[in-house]
Design a protein around this ligand. Structure first.
Ligand SMILES: [Zn+2]
Length: 119
């Protein structure tokens, strides 16, 4: 979530912004419009301002707070949401592909192993 919203900085249509991949308090702060998410295409910090409203750029001075997605949380999400799919495999799908270079392959591999042994 949110789905199919364009980046206000570069215009890239992101299939899924994956705010659920942020660790707390980042996730709550993003949902409340107090922190931003990184665009996976250009790295701009983008704010959620409410259901049905377009995403906006972060105000000056608010950049980067809570913006980095967590690879371990993403790997756990992938196992639960995609019936056991690894994050490495999810990153090859249409929705996951924009995040294919968000982490290193080693980081993704390690997170998948941790998610498999500690669901
Ligand atoms: Zn962008």
């Amino acid at each position: 979530m949110p789905h199919n919203e364009p980046c206000p900085a570069c215009g890239f249509l992101v299939p899924d912004w994956h705010w659920e991949w942020h660790e707390e308090p980042g996730f709550s702060a993003i949902y409340q419009g107090a922190a931003g998410m990184e665009c996976p295409a250009c790295g701009a910090v983008v704010m959620y301002v409410g259901a049905g409203l377009p995403l906006t750029l972060s105000p000056p001075g608010m950049a980067a707070q809570g913006a980095k997605r967590d690879v371990a949380k993403a790997a756990r999400w992938s196992r639960v949401s995609n019936t056991g799919m690894t994050l490495a495999d999810y990153l090859t799908t249409a929705a996951g592909q924009p995040y294919a270079r968000y982490w290193t392959p080693a980081e993704v591999h390690q997170a998948d192993q941790q998610a498999a042994t500690n669901p």
